[in-house]
Write a protein that binds this ligand. Structure first.
Ligand code: GAF
Length: 386
């Protein structure tokens, strides 16, 4: 791996004649957090911040070179000898190539330059964008036969096997299968997607980036997943038909309460309630009842903070702040937790004022200015020739 400055860009990447550029977006999630790996419901969509991957086939059978302008680093690998790297970001690419090979598809040598306006560690899934963008590009470059859904799944597998986060499918699915102006109600049990028009007239979606990304995120994530599996095991003693928390409703959960340790009960209670909230939120959007939608966002945050315990003081501060500012109808932490962004549903004409209030208060409390990003539902991964 080389440290790259403007002067020492490796020969391969100078005067780079690309075949095409893939635009791989980050995602937001309106509601339905930590439900995907429990076979539940989520409500994400892609945004207009993307990772751009400039690809070209290099007419060699096995040699691949990748240069990240974000990390100022490049690396090369041989398609016959792919294994995990000690460098985190390389694993997203190596993992994807390896998962494609496992499916019996064989990319050939390629070069790729990566640049991005997606902040890393902000909980808007730059990792899924990098995975899906890589797979999408190789699919096009070598005429592989991968559907968008297959790309989402193999990208999720790459994250499990190469990066080590046992994530669900939401991020990859949203990055590659979103449609402009729509939210995806995704049933993660069977990957059935319903596209809901994101009719937010008069309102905007605002992300506030805490600027922190606590290091326990990945390990705690895997622990939560294990806790949910453990809860399912215990519940299935009385109800063998229960295969995931998706198969449990609040009534049944209450019945088995005494057979679950307190902590597992709280985790399960959060997941089961959150699944309900997603469906109620979709109804609220359809009815144009954004006040109700906002209340569900607040309930979601409370559950993530108190029952699922994946929030942190910076996220809680930003959500709490909104409760004293009526043009914000709802707010909650978004994504895996322990840092990253809050998502806020706010009256359009109050945007500037609120960003100012939130920035000053956060700066005073934590000494940093939170980045404010106004987002709207955009299309999933796409390609441009020039
Ligand atoms: C991360 C994961 F990658 C997703 O699969 C999802 O579980 C999310 O956290 C929490 O909802 O983004």
């Amino acid at each position: 791996m080389k440290n790259i400055t403007e002067e020492n860009v490796p020969e391969t990447f100078r005067n780079f004649q690309k075949d095409f550029t893939v635009y791989a977006p980050g995602r937001i999630n309106l509601i339905g957090e930590h439900t995907d790996y429990n076979n539940g419901f989520v409500l994400p969509t892609a945004i207009d911040k993307t990772i751009k991957l400039h690809f070209r086939a290099n007419n060699t059978p096995y040699t691949c070179s990748v240069y990240s302008k974000t990390y100022h680093k490049s690396f090369s690998f041989d398609l016959r000898k792919i294994s995990r790297s000690d460098v985190d970001w390389e694993n997203y690419i190596l993992g994807v190539v390896n998962e494609i090979q496992k499916l019996g598809e064989y990319p050939e040598g390629f070069d790729c330059i990566i640049e991005s306006d997606l902040p890393v560690g902000a909980g808007i899934s730059s990792s899924a964008a990098l995975e899906c963008g890589t797979a999408f590009g190789l699919n096009e470059l070598f005429h592989l036969d991968l559907s968008r859904q297959a790309i989402a799944e193999l990208s999720r597998n790459a994250e499990h096997n190469y990066v080590g986060t046992k994530c669900g499918i939401m991020d990859q699915y949203a990055s590659i299968l979103s449609k402009e102006g729509h939210l995806i109600l995704l049933d993660c049990r069977n990957l059935e997607a319903t596209y809901i028009p994101a009719d937010l007239e008069g309102y905007k979606l605002l992300l506030l980036n805490t600027g922190v990304s606590h290091s326990l995120a990945s390990s705690e994530y895997n622990t939560r997943r294990k806790e949910c599996e453990e809860a399912v095991k215990l519940i299935s003693v009385a109800y063998p038909e229960v295969k995931s928390l998706r198969d449990v409703n609040l009534e049944r959960l209450y019945e088995v309460k005494d057979s679950l340790p307190e902590q597992l009960y709280r985790r399960a209670h959060y997941v089961v309630s959150e699944n309900d909230r997603v469906l109620k939120a979709v109804e609220a959007i359809k009815q144009k009842d954004l006040e109700q939608f906002g209340l569900l966002m607040y309930d979601s945050h409370k559950g993530l903070r108190d029952e699922y315990q994946v929030s942190c003081k910076e996220l809680d501060f930003l959500v709490e702040l909104t409760t004293e500012y009526s043009p914000v109808k709802g707010a909650r932490m978004m994504g895996g937790g322990f840092g990253g962004c809050t998502i806020n549903l706010i009256e359009e004409n109050a945007l500037d004022e609120f960003i100012k209030i939130a920035s000053e208060a956060y700066q005073k409390e934590f000494g940093i200015t939170p980045e404010a990003i106004v987002v709207s539902p955009e299309q999933g991964t796409y390609l441009k020739k020039n």
